[in-house]
Design a protein around this ligand. Structure first.
Ligand code: 0A1
Ligand code: ZN
Length: 871
């Protein structure tokens, strides 16, 4: 184990930089083995006269430093593994720094690296310091000019941020391009791309009539697979003008797809870089989920142009300022493009699976963390998705119109600045005139509040007293919690299914059928009058806060809500709660709840009215979702209960599933749009039930479904069913798929992922074998996530009682740490739930964690995740 433990950085230690950078001129002479980087920095001192200039730098070879044109001698500066320090500087000066780097050796994929023969950069959060020495912090904003020189044949495309100023040929088969970005930006938004790339082009006319050139660069041959991304981009540009009044500001907007990328995509000013997985799509290679994700990520990165680039973060503790807000913006866009109801269900499902899990475990942290060891570890579901929920709550509290006033104020006031969460909340206070002091706790306190509700109906006075109570369990470093400001959207449903008015005591007029209560104390009573019958409470409608809404409904009440709640989210929620309760009871020996099984009848009868929504109503909670409701997780019992319930539902409604399945066959050409995708989702939900027995008849149907599929969504549905089975048809289909897509790495990722997600006992062995497959490459994060990430999400097999799953993931994490510490740390997150399992499994996991912590030269990324997980 390392002796020099990595140190934490604290928000309380923030102080403004001692130096300012007005301008930086970069000069790249590209070579995969030895790239030369010249950086000319025009700077000024803003701090104390004796403050030395401490520049960040990592994995750099320093060639020379010159001050105001004069080379500095070795004793005029000092260099260590992470800094270049220069004392005794004048008030204003120009520094010339030359460094050398080796992009082809850069397996961390942070800084400048090569991917499939092209050069590209990833500078967020701290990659720029791996390119040159700089003040690598988001509150140092400068204007960038970038000259790129490279071999003309190998790298005909040379790109950077901003506008192209000039380009030309050089002797020796070389050429160059110069780009200038007029908008001051922090260095994490810098980007450079060089390669032999194909492109598609389009244009967009902004609301003030300016023409913007749009270009997407991809590997040659993939041009058609970028058309959907281009279409999404144009829709996102228009939407941002309409929904937020945001207009694009440069003359050109470019996107580049790369194969090796640590995250989804990156919002570099004017030059977004994308993981090809979230950019490339065709009906034969992308599922409907892929199309939805591409649309969402293209919008997300584009929206960052204002929420992230024009207004950036003062420091990394403010990360949710740009990420939470931008997620909220992309969610709004996707909901408008598709279905609000289905989008909300998907968001909440993902939030609970990832963020609630995080909040309940050893890595829990607030939306505004107070400290970190490696900022790379803080691009989390809490910062992103919970951060977005906080903005949704603000919108609920102040109303739509005031929300827009607040965001307008934020954009106007902080344009060109590096801002804070506090700046953001203040805009809401000013726009609304409300005191949001208590709301700020959402940024400061980690953990998921539980809102408990009890209703007391008095028939004689027709009053209904609703007692709401909130509790928030301690999280690491936060033993005491204060009550939060929680918006609770609710409605009342009568026994017949009709909505009842909500009139609070003291109000003269009859109230509305839905309202938002503000829970601000540990417990509070709300008295409703004129309630004609005992209501069924529909609480937390639309998931009005990132909380657990605990209402003790009877099974009969749940089925009424499933059928009649006017809030589609709560109709779905009632079904999920009922299904979960049924499976929990089955684990105690009960038979499947007949009320729940019967309640799916009307869902099926109405399925054609909203097919995507019906598909969601029919999908049972995942095994990991059920686990969240258990004090001690029993993966085998959960799996058995879920399979049992699927079989019972299938048997009860077999005729209806068969009828729908037959009626929903593909007709006409493929469309990625919501309606057609909803139809496929519903048909594939039917297939799930029609293959419930996992016998040879099921295998025949799944195989036929696979073979007759004309798009990737249906192919995957057929294969997913087969992964549960032992039929020879499974191997036949998997071989067929492999051979058909042998050249398409992104599609083979799906092939690997499906096998890694199989519930069958030989899955661990298969995954180990797949790690030796020619298509697997531990240096490519997509490959690792597709195989090992999918395996660790397979609760049944990852948590196999013999520890074989833990050993597999542990081995990969340890090997990966020396290659790509960011991805290794992320993979290690699979162990975060370990204390929720039985003592035998805990002992096996502890051994893996300790073994991992003991590796020599462990990265600070992995050290942070492992040590916090063990603590
Ligand atoms: N800011 C990007 C995602 C991103 C996050 C972290 C990275 O490295 C540590 C890289 C990219 C986004 O939100 O899309
Ligand atoms: Zn983002």
């Amino acid at each position: 184990m390392r002796t020099d433990e990595p140190q934490a950085i604290h928000l309380k230690d923030y102080h403004a930089p001692d130096y300012k950078v007005f301008e930086i001129a970069l000069d790249f002479v590209l070579d995969p083995a030895a790239t030369r980087v010249g950086a000319r920095l025009r700077m000024a001192r803003t701090g104390a006269e004796d403050a030395p200039l401490v520049l960040n730098g990592e994995a750099l070879k320093l060639v020379s430093v010159a001050l105001d044109g004069k080379l500095l001698a070795k004793d005029e500066y000092s260099v260590d593994a992470e800094h270049l320090t220069i004392p005794n500087l004048p008030e204003k000066f120009v520094l010339d720094i030359v460094t050398e780097i080796a992009p082809e050796q850069n397996t961390l994929l942070s800084g400048l690296y090569t991917s499939k023969g092209m050069f590209c950069t990833q500078c967020e959060a701290e990659g720029f310091r791996r390119i040159t020495y700089f003040l690598d912090r988001p509150d140092v904003l400068a204007v960038y000019t970038t000259r790129i020189e490279a071999d003309r044949k190998l790298y005909p495309v040379l790109l950077s941020n901003g506008n192209l100023i000039t380009k030309g040929d050089l002797p020796g088969g070389r050429h160059f391009a110069v780009w200038r970005d007029p908008f001051p930006k922090p260095c994490y938004l810098f980007a450079l791309v060089a390669g032999d790339l194909g492109r598609i082009e389009d244009e967009f006319v902004t609301m003030s009539g300016r023409k913007v050139d749009l270009k997407i660069f991809v590997e040659h041959g993939n041009e058609n697979k970028a058309l959907y991304a281009m279409d999404s981009l144009k829709r996102a540009m228009k939407w941002d003008e309409e929904a937020y009044g945001r207009e694009y500001d440069l003359d050109i907007f470019m996107i580049v797809a790369v194969s090796a990328f640590n995250f989804g995509a990156m919002e570099n000013k004017g030059l977004n870089i994308f993981n090809d997985k979230v950019l490339l799509a065709s009906p034969e290679t992308a599922t409907d989920d892929d199309y939805g994700r591409i649309e969402g990520v293209v919008a997300h990165e584009y929206f960052h142009n204002w929420s992230g680039d024009r207004i950036t973060c003062r420091d990394w503790f403010q990360l949710s300022l740009k990420e939470g807000f931008t997620v909220f913006r992309d969610q709004g866009f996707s909901a408008d493009m598709r279905s609000h109801a289905v989008k909300r269900i998907e968001e909440v499902r993902a939030l609970r699976l990832r963020q609630f899990q995080e909040d309940a475990g050893p890595l829990a942290h607030p939306v505004q963390p107070q400290s970190y060891i490696s900022i790379d570890n803080f691009y989390t579901a809490t910062i992103y998705e919970k951060g977005a929920e906080l903005i949704g709550m603000l919108k609920t509290l102040v109303g739509d119109e005031t929300y827009r006033k607040a965001t307008d104020l934020y954009f106007a006031r902080h344009d060109g600045q590096a801002a804070t969460v506090e700046d953001w909340v203040r805009c809401f206070e000013e726009a609304s005139g409300r005191d949001l002091s208590q709301f700020r706790l959402w940024y400061a306190q980690a953990g998921t509040p539980v809102v408990g509700a009890k209703g007391l109906y008095d028939k004689s006075t027709k009053t209904y007293t609703l007692s709401l109570a909130q509790t928030l369990r301690p999280t690491p470093g936060q033993p005491e919690k204060k009550p939060m400001h929680i918006p609770v959207r609710l409605g009342f449903i009568g026994k017949s299914g009709a909505s009842l008015p909500l009139t609070l005591e003291g109000e003269n007029a009859t109230g509305p059928e839905e309202r938002v209560l503000e829970l601000t104390e540990a417990s509070q009573n709300f008295v409703f009058v004129g309630v004609e019958e005992e209501p069924i409470l529909s609480l937390g409608r639309g998931f009005s806060a990132p909380a657990v809404f605990a209402v003790d409904h009877s099974p009969a009440d749940r089925t009424t809500l499933m059928a009649h709640d006017p809030d589609s989210f709560n109709r779905w929620e009632a079904g999920q709660t009922a299904a979960r309760a049924a499976m929990m009871a089955m684990m105690q020996g009960a038979s499947p709840d007949p009320l729940y099984v019967a309640a799916l009848g009307p869902v099926l009868d109405k399925a054609m009215e909203d097919m995507a929504f019906a598909a969601n109503m029919l999908s049972l909670p995942l095994e990991s979702e059920i686990a969240m409701a258990m004090p001690v997780v029993d993966p085998d019992a959960i799996h058995a209960a879920r399979m049992g319930l699927v079989k019972t539902v299938a048997a009860a409604h077999r005729a209806k599933f068969a009828e729908l399945y037959a009626a929903l066959g593909e007709d006409g050409p493929f469309s990625p749009e919501a309606k057609a995708a909803g139809k496929r989702a519903l048909r594939n939900a039917c297939l799930r039930y029609l293959t419930a027995e996992d016998d040879e008849a099921a295998a025949t149907l799944a195989h036929r479904h696979y073979l007759s599929a004309t798009n990737m969504t249906d192919m995957i549905a057929g294969l997913a069913a087969l992964t549960r089975m032992s039929s020879a048809k499974k191997d036949e289909a998997f071989t067929h798929f492999h051979d058909r897509f042998a050249k398409d790495a992104l599609v083979l990722d799906k092939w690997m992922g499906l096998q890694a997600g199989s519930p069958r006992a030989d899955t661990v062995v298969r995954v180990r074998a797949l790690m030796e497959h020619a298509a697997f490459d531990i240096k490519n994060p997509n490959r690792v996530r597709a195989l090992v990430g999918a395996f660790s999400a397979n609760q049944l097999r990852f948590h196999a009682a013999d520890g074989s799953g833990y050993a597999l993931v542990g081995d990969v994490v340890r090997k990966l740490d020396g290659i790509n510490a960011q991805v290794a740390a992320r993979m290690a997150g699979a162990f975060e739930t370990w204390r929720r399992f039985d003592p035998a499994r805990q002992a096996l996991i502890r051994a893996e964690l300790e073994k991992t912590l003991a590796i020599s030269g462990i990265s600070s990324n992995l050290f942070e995740v492992m040590s916090k997980t063990l603590a």
